[in-house]
Design a binder for this molecule. Structure first.
Ligand code: GLU
Length: 296
């Protein structure tokens, strides 16, 4: 294991719901190189709370692909599916603060509630902000529904959460090269009463990521700019849960020849396929360095 001589800790946190592509390799290598150049720690986290879509063979492929690229990390990696109790604790703390409430709505009910309101505000992902249907249910009505076997998601009560915090949140954003840094104001209200625990898995990406970054002592979150907007919500959750604020670097996303960002859902060519076509790890790392130079 590499000996650390700084107190910086980096992590690469892929979801094991598909094969990695060059965009993941870019993010992983950026984290690894930053850990090396600062003498910091490099961690790997398998984000597999979505037990339906995440599979052991994808997890194995993550290890194989990253090793093929010549990357290394501290062992063992943290596997989120082994830590649901930590996420339940975080959720319980939010509930005890009075900033979370159960929501029984289906997607259809939410869409129907906003259907004739074309100007209804939307969150950064394009979904309508939650219209608050379950927000004012009485405690007895909530208890009645839960006792009747209705499953519920949990939502953050954004107004209550912001009132509880009581000051303007922000975060320190560095450029991926580390050269420039600026404080960015966090405006979590853009997400409205976001879901913080899905009804099926009883947690969410947001809860799991802030909990794990804190438990693992992550000081530097280096990830794709597609997660930039989520950082607004993460800073709120970190503050409510008394967790330290990491420094963030949101790097640009790799695109294919047609300008489309590489993504699993759009079936970007996997590292495994590139490897089978004869790409060498050296050539892969070289092409990522070219990307990094172009980005800085
Ligand atoms: N698991 C997320 C993904 O694969 C990344 C989470 C993060 O870096 O915060 O997109």
């Amino acid at each position: 294991m590499t000996r650390s001589f700084s107190n910086q800790t980096f992590r690469f946190a892929p979801s094991s719901n598909g094969l990695l592509h060059l965009g993941h390799a870019y993010s992983a290598a950026l984290n690894f190189d930053l850990a090396q150049s600062t003498g910091g720690r490099m961690l790997l986290r398998i984000e597999n709370i979505d037990v339906e879509r995440c599979r052991p063979e994808f997890e194995q492929a993550i290890y194989d692909d990253l090793r093929w690229l010549g990357l290394s990390w501290e062992l063992p990696p943290r596997r989120q599916s082994e830590h649901f109790a930590d996420y339940a604790n975080a959720l319980e703390r939010l509930r005890a603060l009075g900033v979370a409430y159960p929501c029984f709505c289906s997607r259809g009910e939410i869409m129907a509630a906003v259907a004739c309101k074309p100007d209804w505000p939307r969150d950064p992902d394009g979904s309508p902000l939650y219209p608050g249907l379950c927000k004012h249910l009485s405690p007895s009505e909530r208890a009645r529904r839960l006792a009747g076997g209705r499953s519920a998601a949990m939502r953050i009560d954004m107004a209550a959460a912001l009132a509880h915090v009581g000051f303007q949140l922000d975060w320190l954003e560095r450029s991926p090269s580390g050269a420039g840094a600026s404080r960015r104001p966090a405006t979590p209200a853009i997400w409205g009463d976001a879901i913080i625990a899905r009804r099926d898995i009883k947690t969410s990406y947001h809860i799991a990521v802030v909990t794990d970054d804190a438990l693992q002592g992550v000081t530097d979150v280096v990830r794709g700019e597609d997660l930039y907007m989520a950082t607004h919500l993460h800073r709120l959750l970190q503050t409510l849960l008394d967790l330290p604020a990491p420094t963030y670097r949101h790097h640009r996303l790799l695109r294919d020849a047609s300008g489309q960002k590489l993504s699993k859902s759009l079936r970007a060519k996997s590292l495994r396929a590139l490897r089978q076509e004869g790409l060498s790890p050296q050539a892969a790392r070289e092409s990522l360095k070219v990307e990094a130079t172009a980005a800085s």
